[in-house]
Write a protein that binds this ligand. Sequence first.
Ligand SMILES: NC(=O)c1ccc[n+]([C@@H]2O[C@H](COP(=O)([O-])OP(=O)(O)OC[C@H]3O[C@@H](n4cnc5c(N)ncnc54)[C@H](OP(=O)(O)O)[C@@H]3O)[C@@H](O)[C@H]2O)c1
Length: 245
Amino acid sequence: MENIANKVAVITGASSGLGAETARHLVEAGAKVALGARRLDRLEALARELGSDNATVFKVDVSEREQVQAFVDHAVATFGRIDVMINNAGVMPLAPLELLAFDDWNQCIDVNVKGVLWGIGAALPHFKAQKSGQFINVSSVAGHRVGPGGAIYSATKYAVRVISEALRQEVKPYNIRTTVLSPGAVDTELPGSVKAQEVAEGVAQFYAATAIPASSFARCVLFAMSQPEDVDINEILFRPTRQEL
Ligand SMILES: NC(=O)c1ccc[n+]([C@@H]2O[C@H](COP(=O)([O-])OP(=O)(O)OC[C@H]3O[C@@H](n4cnc5c(N)ncnc54)[C@H](OP(=O)(O)O)[C@@H]3O)[C@@H](O)[C@H]2O)c1
């Protein structure tokens, strides 16, 4: 893998699933990682696994702008720069609108949309100043299609794609790359964020029958990062081979 060693990647949602697995692959390829999420114990265990020279941790709730700024500032203070901002933290509270799960609607928008915006806002000044950098924003197959129960989650994941495309066009003068990664079903803790009982069982069964390992996602991140700096991989959509919709 070219163009990954010694890069500094900031990863939100690094305490489990896709973020944690990506951190492992990046360190294996010689990168440094700043790991952020709310569950500090999980981050610390991962950092021990990766080695203290390679990883630093920061407790962050991505729905809070000041916390995301502090996370990015911590990464810069620790490693001297950042090269990649992986806006990955997310929740998936699938439920029909008629359940009126207003708190879940709020949380989903705050984490999946505002969390990505706060990550962009915190990293962009650094990328502009150094005239290089890469955003990797995590959308979903749900950012390409919507079904019953998916209104809010899909809306947030469509939003990630819209925000990323405008960002892509705006940052041309600064030599910044923008990638949107849209996975299908991948085996992580994400189905656990489905709270509606009538939906959770079906989602769990679907994941058990369909999901592929998180390494599938990590390999896509490394592919996008490893391209020469004049190649900007803008969007990757992938599914388990056995996933229909
Ligand atoms: N797995 C899939 O099938 C799939 C498919 C398409 C897209 N995605 C997207 O992939 C991303 C990662 O999800 P995953 O599959 O790896 O699920 P996961 O195992 O549940 O991981 C979600 C991560 O987000 C973090 N997070 C949640 N709320 C947060 C908050 N308020 N502040 C900071 N961190 C927060 C969690 O950490 P803490 O709880 O410790 O804060 C955790 O590290 C999400 O954006 C998800 O929508 C996943």
